[in-house]
Write a protein that binds this ligand. Structure first.
Ligand code: ADP
Ligand code: MG
Length: 356
């Protein structure tokens, strides 16, 4: 709907209507042989309208599950019987009476709206029952899940692409650092995640995709928590039915990107397994970088582009607000140490806090 959206600026045609506008959907069906989405909050009903006339992937039913944390967690719990990787302990809050039934073990916790949350929005950290009740009030008494707040050792994500024929390929496991609920840094190279853990995360992601009969690119986010073992235990956090921010490095560090696999899955083309050819560090560029001491500034792009292996992606968003994703920077190198070194200097020049 946004007349000046970044995707609109890059597209041949931009149909700027509401997602559920009948004429807009009719126009889309007229112009397109197949339809996908890279945003999970397109109403599933609009996708269902399109799917009656055109191939749509991912299917509206799969998107509907990913749109709703309650349905999503139920799906994860089902898959856990096969994979052994389940979600964090949680309770569903849909009515006042559910608050009283919350087990003590879920506190301190995080209350998350079932729908429309992103980048840590729609989430409140709650320490006790009084805070929980106040937070649910503040969130407008909408359906929520309360999750136990876990001590995270690390965060990972896995991106798979699955075709209508059931063929499935995946990217290397990504290691992610979040700050204030927003992805800040993704690092990817062999050995950055212990092999056994990476294999379990990939297997769990496969199962989650297969049991959804999923077609397209799917990202699943995981937590690693201590369980006494050397590697720690995997917990499944959430999924995104689309290319994902933690996979943006694939544009520059892999021979096939997550976006190409999305197109291939949609068009019924073969899904060749992607190969990562460079170690990668991806830094998100948040709107904060455009401000210093309350004054607007232009980030030092020349200083960053002077470094080796820099791939700068700016999305063309009009206003830089704190916490808003304005672009990202991928640093590629022949080895992890070189990628970290260049990314560290880039972060310093842009005003991003060090992460190692
Ligand atoms: P979003 O849709 O905003 O990405 P997430 O549920 O992935 O929401 O939460 C964002 C981040 O907040 C996570 O990546 C993690 O760093 C932190 N977080 C979320 N849930 C928990 C939890 N149960 N315990 C500890 N940290 C959490
Ligand atoms: Mg997330």
């Amino acid at each position: 709907p946004d007349p000046i959206s970044p995707a609109g600026r890059a597209s041949d045609v931009h149909i700027a209507t509401a997602y559920d506008d009948e004429q807009g959907l009719a126009q889309l069906m007229q112009r397109c042989e197949a339809i996908t989405t890279e945003f999970e909050n397109v109403p599933a009903g609009a996708l269902a309208t399109l799917a009656a006339q055109r191939p749509v992937a991912p299917a509206p039913t799969a998107v509907a599950i990913a749109q709703d944390r309650i349905a999503e967690k139920a799906h994860f719990a089902t898959c856990a019987r096969e994979t052994g990787v389940g979600p964090a302990p949680y309770a569903v809050i849909e009515a006042e009476a559910d608050l009283a039934r919350v087990p003590d073990a879920l506190l301190p916790g995080i209350l998350k709206t079932a729908r429309l949350g992103y980048d840590g929005k729609g989430q409140v950290r709650v320490d006790d029952r009084a805070a929980l009740a106040a937070a649910w009030e503040r969130l407008g008494r909408v359906p929520c899940v309360l999750e136990q707040r876990l001590a995270l050792r690390d965060e990972l994500s896995v991106i798979v692409a699955r075709g209508a024929d059931g063929a499935i390929v995946h990217f290397p496991v990504q290691r992610n650092l979040h700050r204030d609920g927003i992805l800040a840094v993704t690092e990817v190279w062999p050995g950055n995640v212990p092999d056994a853990l990476a294999q379990r995360a990939v297997a769990a992601t496969h199962a989650i995709a297969v049991q959804l009969h999923y077609v397209g690119v799917l990202c699943v986010e995981f937590f690693i928590v201590d369980d006494g073992s050397a590697d720690g235990a995997l917990v499944v956090n959430e999924m995104a039915p689309r290319p994902h921010n933690s996979g943006h490095y694939t544009i520059d560090a892999c021979d096939v990107s997550q976006f190409e696999l999305q197109v291939r899955a949609l068009a019924g083309l073969p899904l060749a397994a992607p190969r990562q050819h460079s170690a990668a560090v991806m830094l998100n560029l948040l709107g904060d970088l455009w401000w210093r001491d309350g004054q607007p500034v232009t980030p030092d792009w020349a200083g960053v582009l002077a470094l080796p292996g820099i791939h700068l992606h700016l999305y063309g968003k009009q206003t830089a607000r704190p916490g808003r994703k304005m672009g990202h920077l991928t640093v590629t190198a022949a080895d992890p140490q070189s990628a970290i070194a260049a990314a560290t200097v880039a972060a310093q020049r842009l005003g991003i806090a060090p992460w190692r």
